[in-house]
Design a protein around this ligand. Structure first.
Ligand SMILES: *[C@@H]1O[C@H](CO)[C@@H](O)[C@H](O)[C@H]1NC(C)=O
Ligand SMILES: *[C@@H]1O[C@H](CO)[C@@H](O)[C@H](O)[C@H]1NC(C)=O
Ligand SMILES: *[C@@H]1O[C@H](CO)[C@@H](O)[C@H](O)[C@H]1NC(C)=O
Ligand SMILES: *[C@@H]1O[C@H](CO)[C@@H](O)[C@H](O)[C@H]1NC(C)=O
Ligand SMILES: *[C@@H]1O[C@H](CO)[C@@H](O)[C@H](O)[C@H]1NC(C)=O
Length: 953
């Protein structure tokens, strides 16, 4: 019975379902990931659709909060092969009420009913965008924001609907120096040049989503993208001594009816690591304060747990004489004080003797503590203010009558060293807020290699060193040139100083921006993110592999679920216990544990930062897909933001490649496509409604194939004498290399991006090439012709007589996900023989040596990660024949239980270690490494989805 349910679902899984009814309306619910937020300031989300359901331009989307329709802006982010909508993106404006869930209704539109009466939302949006020759202006109805098209200011003004300008002259600031003192002593002698830079705008564009593929003309969201460089600000009369550098792209998201602006700020490091030390990186706004009495000006700085430092620039509380309770209360509440004439004259006559506090500084130089201080003006000493552990990351400056501006950085303390400066609060006309993404109070960002090479000047020596530290070193390859980092910032405009409770609420939204998603069951049904995962058993949402808890194997399946839960919780706890935080590091995890030191091997070559080794990104995203858990989503999001930016190159010769795991994220000499694997970005990209920065990272990987013409990933171990030369056919692996390229091409095709036809041609050419190889995927590598996108036999076997070469790594960097999605995408248009080639690989990897010999003439050598590969056999069991192959399913579970990986006997527990053996008490799972975290996770999820019913207790 259970088996029958499973089979029916799986037939659907593998693309043999009946065609969908594409003429009907349907409705889909989305709900907040985690708890509903206290406010909705406007949001964007993605929604998948089954193949053939709706075509762009032939469907009308509407959204309702359960009672009333809301304004909705809709566009398409992904298409099925037949041109039907695979992913739509939707934006809703700020709303007064926050519903727990929303219903999106899709209605086919034909010419006949095109002009039919629609349910109009009560709320009409007033969002207007003017794209002029000199500036872009966006009016949300609550704020009007101007973005100049040239010059230094990204934002020239932020004006409230009440007509108050609360922010202006928004620019980026950067400090750098050409050296760092090596000792405290050196500081006195070192001749170090210091530079200051500010933003120089090169391009400003406005999103073209508005109205495209959208029959609903409500414009809900505006996206303004500003690109440029940091340009030196001349010192005195001398001209700038440093060229433009550190290119940036800042995306501003504004929603109808909202006073908030979300910024996605990205930089790419294009400096020299030994000459360009970043010593401060910030975003600065001026806040007009002219005409506001000093006692009506307010500074608010977020502390810990929703707390705030609440101060007036000129405080009238705690004085020797009392101005009166009404006066004190007004100041504490941030309201305009009663007329001075009503105060106790013993105070009002002596206001000039009360110091005004001009400057405030909050510095979060470690994830464990922040300091605070203030001063009356430059030249006077700072006065310490009691600090705390982890600052909230928001600063407000403004007046009780003039209004003000709040600036918040997401993950403020996790991104240390960060800071918030308020300056000029007591000046005549305007103060200033600077948000430091990298605090100038900290030591400069040091991107130099962490060792000098230790004489590893030949491949032989480098390979020998790899034997001991597992680091794959090569001089010149340990460069950060081309890595990037993205930060998320929020701006809030206020007509008057808001209550600090309101600021706390806003900051909670900035720290964990609310996100909407469809249910796991619905996403699964559409197959828009593949068919290789299913919901946990007994999930109410309906599950392909669902069966009652008393069914055979239920206990074993429940045990796997418990184990998966342990894994994701343990890693979240390790982030905190091991302080995996920092401007560049936040989001990543470590690779392997050192049980002797009770410490991750943060300092041992190839065992340190994980850089997506064996695909933890895929595990956490698929785990989110099947559970919908908010903690998992946030963990996955931070991981994606890190690995896509810091671990990959975005400019230069290696653009599109990533760096293998190591002590520094860019240290290792293995620059590979498997690390920048676009599949790692795909889940977040579509779920977020096409996050534009992630979309740009996906574009960067489209040129990864060109790198093979100048850089051979196999250069240190190649024995066939092949050498790359630009333009000539290149060789690459059919596992990690091709799977990464194919993922990028498939996504470009799905998105119908500017290069989608080229991408499809390359996909078809290489897949047909693999199919034409005598041994298909088992050939191991092929010769790729960049110009025509075809794949020929490898240089070692030009006549295609059949090479037998597999690697345990081929299928653990996204290949199973990419190939199964690709086969579903192609349907019956897949290049002939390609599906069979994949099924062969899936079957024979884990087959006996005799079977391998019978099929290929040789047994495979180098088979390992058998637990990880059990999911290939599971796929084969459901996909190969017209019928479920129980023999292969049983073999898959056997490999899962007894293969190398995490042994079945392993108890998923951690052990407390405390006392002098550790820096501070930790709960360690010394048996666990990230390779196993990722691959046990993926094998579990996919085996449960494909062959869950054949698991025996
Ligand atoms: C599709 O759905 C519509 C509305 O529910 C129904 O009238 C129609 O008969 C269906 N068509 C097919 C082919 O199932
Ligand atoms: C929206 O309009 C509908 C119908 O006109 C009305 O019943 C409903 O109360 C309105 N809702 C709000 C929030 O004004
Ligand atoms: C930054 O400047 C460099 C060198 O002048 C230029 O090539 C690049 O296009 C600029 N980047 C941006 C984002 O404008
Ligand atoms: C692609 O180019 C290669 C090398 O020039 C050639 O051998 C092959 O026939 C070409 N294939 C197609 C489909 O044009
Ligand atoms: C299962 O697959 C194996 C390997 O291809 C095959 O020999 C066997 O006949 C299949 N069994 C069924 C029931 O299809």
């Amino acid at each position: 019975m259970a088996r029958a349910t499973c089979l029916l679902a799986l037939l659907g899984v593998l693309g043999r379902a009946a065609p969908l009814n594409n003429s009907s309306s349907s409705s889909v619910k989305v709900s907040w990931i985690g708890d509903a937020p206290s406010q909705n300031l406007g949001t964007t989300f993605g929604l998948p659709w089954p193949q053939g359901k709706y075509r762009p331009g032939e469907v009308d989307f509407q959204i309702s909060d359960g009672q009333n329709p809301l304004p909705l802006q809709s566009w398409v982010t992904g298409y099925w092969r037949d041109g039907s909508i695979k992913w739509s993106a939707h934006a809703i404006p700020r709303t007064d009420k926050v519903a727990d869930e929303y219903t999106i209704e899709a209605t086919p539109v034909s010419k006949r009913n095109h002009n039919r009466e629609r349910k109009r939302p009560n709320q009409t949006t007033k969002l207007s965008v003017k794209d002029g020759s000199k500036e872009v202006t966006v009016d949300t109805g609550k704020i009007t924001v101007s973005f100049p098209k040239q010059g230094r200011y990204l934002v020239s003004s932020i004006k409230t609907s009440g007509g108050k300008t609360v922010g202006k002259d928004g620019r980026l600031v950067l400090y750098s120096q050409d050296g760092v003192p090596e000792t405290a002593d050196d500081r006195a002698d070192a001749k170090i040049e210091r530079y200051k830079f500010e933003s120089k705008i090169e391009e400003v564009t406005v999103s073209k989503n508005d109205g495209k593929d959208n029959n609903n003309n409500d414009s809900v969201r505006a996206l303004v993208t500003v690109r440029g460089n940091h340009t030196a600000i001349a010192k005195g009369s001398s001209s700038s001594a440093h060229g433009d550098w550190l290119p940036f792209v800042v995306r501003f998201y504004l929603y109808a009816d909202s006073d908030a602006i979300r910024l996605v700020h990205s930089i790419t490091f294009d400096g020299r690591y030994d000459r360009d030390f970043i010593s401060g990186l910030g975003i600065q706004f001026r806040v007009p304060l002219g005409g506001e009495e000093l006692y009506n000006r307010h500074v608010r700085l977020a502390g810990t747990d929703g707390g705030f430092l609440n101060e007036a620039v000129k405080g009238i509380t705690g004085l020797r004489r009392d101005p009166g309770a009404a006066v004190r209360t007004a100041q504490i509440e941030g309201k305009a004080l009663p007329a001075e004439s009503t105060w106790d004259t013993r105070v009002s006559s002596r206001l000039r003797w009360i110091p005004a506090w001009n400057d405030y500084r909050l510095s979060q130089l470690s994830p464990d503590g922040f300091t605070l201080k203030k001063r009356t003006k430059a030249g006077q000493s700072w006065v310490k203010i009691p600090g705390g552990t982890r600052a909230g990351g928001l600063a407000y400056l403004g007046g009780a009558t003039r209004g003000g501006l709040a600036v918040a950085l997401r993950d403020f303390w996790k991104r240390y060293p960060t800071g918030l400066d308020v300056s000029g609060a007591a000046s005549d006309d305007e103060g200033q807020i600077t948000l430091w993404l990298y605090s100038p109070e900290a030591e400069p960002l040091d991107l130099r290699p962490y060792h000098d090479g230790m004489g590893q000047d030949t491949y032989e020596k480098q390979l020998d060193a790899l034997e001991i530290t597992y680091e794959d070193y090569e001089g010149g390859f340990d460069t950060p040139y081309g890595i990037a980092r993205t930060s998320e910032v929020f701006l809030f405009a206020f007509e008057a100083t808001p209550p600090s409770d309101e600021l706390a609420e806003r900051n909670a939204l900035a720290q964990v921006p609310p996100a909407l998603a469809a249910s796991p069951g619905y996403i699964r049904e559409t197959k828009a993110l593949g068919s290789y995962w299913a919901l946990p058993e007994n999930d109410d949402d309906g599950n392909a592999a669902a069966s009652s808890s008393s069914s055979p194997g239920a206990r074993a399946r429940a045990k796997i679920e418990t184990n998966l839960d342990f894994l994701v919780r343990h890693y979240q706890k390790e982030v905190e216990a091991r302080r995996w935080y920092g401007f560049l590091d936040h989001g990543d995890v470590m690779h392997t544990y050192d049980a002797d030191r009770h410490q991750w091997r943060y300092d041992v070559g190839g065992y340190a930062w994980d850089n997506s080794e064996l695909s933890p990104d895929l595990f956490v995203w698929q785990y989110f897909l099947r559970t919908g858990r908010a903690d998992v989503y946030r963990f996955a999001e931070a991981l994606t933001r890190h690995t896509g930016e810091v671990d990959s190159y975005h400019i230069g010769d290696w653009k599109g490649l990533g760096t293998r795991h190591g002590v520094a994220h860019w240290a290792d000499s293995a620059k590979q496509a498997r690390i920048s694997q676009p599949q790692y970005r795909k889940y977040f990209f579509y779920l977020s409604g096409g996050d534009e920065r992630t979309g740009e990272l996906l574009e960067h990987t489209l040129d990864a194939d060109k790198t093979y013409g100048i850089l051979d990933p196999q250069r240190k171990v190649r024995t066939d004498g092949w050498k790359p030369s630009p333009g000539a056919p290149v060789t690459f692996g059919l596992g990690t290399d091709w799977a990464a390229l194919a993922a990028g091409w498939l996504i470009e095709w799905e998105r119908r991006g500017p290069r989608w036809e080229e991408a499809r041609r390359k996909l078809e050419g290489t897949a047909a090439g693999i199919a034409a190889l005598r041994n298909g995927f088992v050939t191991g590598s092929g010769s790729y012709v960049i110009e025509n996108g075809t794949l020929l036999p490898p240089p070692a076997d030009p006549a295609n007589e059949g090479v037998v070469a597999i690697s345990h790594l081929n299928a653990v960097f996204g290949m199973p996900e990419v190939v199964s999605e690709l086969l579903e995408y192609w349907g019956d248009e897949a290049p002939a023989g390609f599906r069979a080639a994949w099924l062969d690989y899936a079957y024979y990897y884990g087959a006996t040596a005799e079977e391998q010999r019978a099929r290929y003439g040789a047994a495979f050598s180098g088979v390992s990660l058998r637990q990880a590969h059990s999911r290939l056999a599971a796929y084969y069991a459901v996909a190969a024949g017209p019928e479920y192959n129980a023999t292969v399913a049983a073999r898959a579970w056997d490999a899962f239980r007894t293969g190398d990986g995490i042994p079945e006997s392993q108890e998923f527990v951690s052990t407390r270690v405390q006392g002098s053996a550790v820096l501070h008490p930790v709960d360690e799972a010394a048996w666990l490494a990230t390779n196993d975290f990722a691959q046990y996770g993926l094998a579990s999820i996919q085996n449960l989805a494909y062959i869950g019913d054949s698991l025996e207790d």
